[in-house]
Design a protein around this ligand. Structure first.
Ligand code: 5GP
Ligand code: MG
Ligand code: MG
Length: 183
């Protein structure tokens, strides 16, 4: 798997330190409140599992899976729910945990959808964020890393379902794509 990588952008150590930092802020911000973490499948599995263990608050966890129609690796903002939440979030404090925000189209659709269910509060934790996300107005309370506008894999992020289990984040070598590099 190592030979497929071009370079590492965020190391395992950096990821671990960031999780502790974000967890401290979350503990502080939600002190004494019931918090529901909503992970977005499948990319957020790693950050959700690690963040939930790093916080000391007794959180609950739920999952949502959405598919965003688009050409190849770019999302279009047309979103379909593949798996909805098990829980009713009306009146609850909800923190959406996302792997990465690129265009922000998927997340802005999700936030509108979740808002309509009447949560007591709704915030976002995005572990990675690309510069393009700054063009859409999504209030992200907790950001892990701002990364360059490149296609990355690892720590939950895939290319054709591979590389999710890398404990760090990096870019793939040209040969992996066979000439059609995702943008
Ligand atoms: P957006 O709607 O913000 O453009 O993209 C949403 C989804 O596209 C992310 O949740 C993620 O699943 C996928 N995505 C965006 N950028 C990347 C990337 O650099 N690498 C990988 N593997 N997936 C990405
Ligand atoms: Mg995602
Ligand atoms: Mg993917």
């Amino acid at each position: 798997m190592g030979a497929d990588l071009e370079r590492v952008l965020v190391t395992q150590e950096e990821i671990e330190a960031k999780l502790v930092e974000l967890a401290e802020r979350i503990d502080e911000d939600y002190r004494g409140q019931d918090l529901l973490l909503v992970g977005v499948l499948k990319g957020a599995v790693m950050v959700m599992a690690d963040l939930a263990r790093a916080v000391h608050s007794p959180v609950k966890m739920d999952w949502m899976a959405v598919s965003s129609y688009g050409s190849g690796t770019k999302s279009s903002g047309v979103v379909r729910i593949l798996k909805d939440l098990d829980a009713d979030i009306a009146g609850r404090h909800v923190l959406v945990v996302e792997d990465i925000i690129d265009s922000g189209l998927t997340l802005s659709w999700m936030l509108a959808n979740l808002t309509s269910r009447g949560p007591a509060s709704l915030e976002v934790c995005a572990f990675f964020r690309k510069p393009e996300a700054a063009k859409v107005d999504i209030p992200v309370k907790y950001v892990g890393f701002d990364i360059p506008n490149e296609f990355v894999v690892g720590y939950g992020l895939d290319y054709a379902e591979r590389y999710r289990n890398l404990p760090f984040v990096g870019t793939l070598a040209e040969h992996v794509y066979g000439g059609s590099k995702p943008t």
